[in-house]
Design a protein around this ligand. Sequence first.
Ligand SMILES: Cc1ncc(COP(=O)(O)O)c(C=O)c1O
Length: 475
Amino acid sequence: MEAEIKTPTQVNLNDLEAAALQVLRSRATPQPQVVRMADDAALAILRAIGIPRKGRPLTEVIQEMVEKVYYHRAQADHPRFFAFVPGPCSPLSAIGDLLTATYNPHAGNWLESSGPSCIEQQLIRWLADNLGLPQSCGGLFVSGGSMANLTALAVARDQKLQAHERSKGVAYVSEQTHSSVAKGLKIIGFLPDQIRRIKCDSKFQLDMDDLKAAVAEDKMAGRLPFAVIASAGTTNTGSIDPLVNIRSLCDQENLWMHVDGAYGASIALSSRYRYMLRGIETADSVSWDGHKWLFQTYGCGMVMVRDKTHLTASFHTRPEYLRDTETDEGQINFWDIGVELTRPARGLKLWLTLQVVGADAMAAGIEHGFQLARWAQDELKQHPGWEVISSAQLAIVNFRYVSPGWSDSQIDTVNKKIAQRSLQDGYATVLTTVLNGQTVLRVCAIHPDATEDDMRQTICKLTEFAVSESALVNE
Ligand SMILES: Cc1ncc(COP(=O)(O)O)c(C=O)c1O
């Protein structure tokens, strides 16, 4: 029997303890169907719930949320969820969320959050050390890669362009750069023709010759090149742009070098694969997501800027009612170096995870992803008909099913159908992307608990779907 709730802030402790256990237990084992979309009947039930005048028992509400609300979702943390960038979050991260939400420090300023802010500061420093960024670097935890990119791009704009020059500024991305970069540039005031899309080479890496030519052409036309956005782990293929060469060009042309490492920067924690990021230590700014390959719940991104005073120059404001919060040396008001004023201490869940698991197990978890993609690729080779379009790199492999005599559009259709079949079947989720104008299937495998059997069985299932879809085409 639950205690009656008199005000929104007074809830009985025993009831809360029971509720926390109820929630955690409900998530203890993954459900067999990886993706469950609400059908019309289920949506009608949800829409009919409404808001009661008088409260209901907590356990009853939680049960309803577990069974009717959260039930209808993709388990992006399922070992065989291979679509988009999966979110294989550690339960420790959820406990970190619970702590952060329970204590709810206002982590925008030091006065209200000296303990959590100190930990976030230390963690940013540790992560920056892993990337090889200098002591001058600073940064903060933000909601994710999109916000990290936007924050860094605002700093790039402010450092490289005078206010009256903004309309002539040009930023360079590649064909494989994540869409959040163009979105960020648009939000901070750049028009589509101020964003140059540089072509990629056969390895889906930004093509240096094309970049140099585009910069030269823009300068000739009186435009003002100001930033190159490199990717460390593109979303489609995991490719890493030639960071060292991009740095040289940025030095020559006085351009800002931003590296979007939302997906791939995590490999900096692996002594085995860190070398692949060579050059990232020279970036002017870096984005990195904890809720991708650092196994965190959503809402955990980081942005780091080589010279932390540049963040302050872009984001510091001083309204009269906040003047009691001035900081001393070594202290930080995160609201001075980012977009948000009120913000949760997003870094503490990652800190908690690292404390409990240790950096070595974290690195091993990341390295496992490389192996998962290789197992998938190896299994593809066992079945005729599969063509690997982008080989396993950074836990991603792209492939498609082809048969002699099929047209391009037939190949695209069959591969889209294979993805749909995998979604309906529920054993594993594999969706498509487009590479070189062709529809391909894409596996992004970063779950530390996914096994060789998961990978091989997934490919066997896809092969079954491919064979039956081919029969329809060939009829
Ligand atoms: C390379 C890259 N950059 C940026 C983003 C955007 O990150 P977020 O979804 O955390 O905003 C993603 C998301 O998948 C990504 O893969």
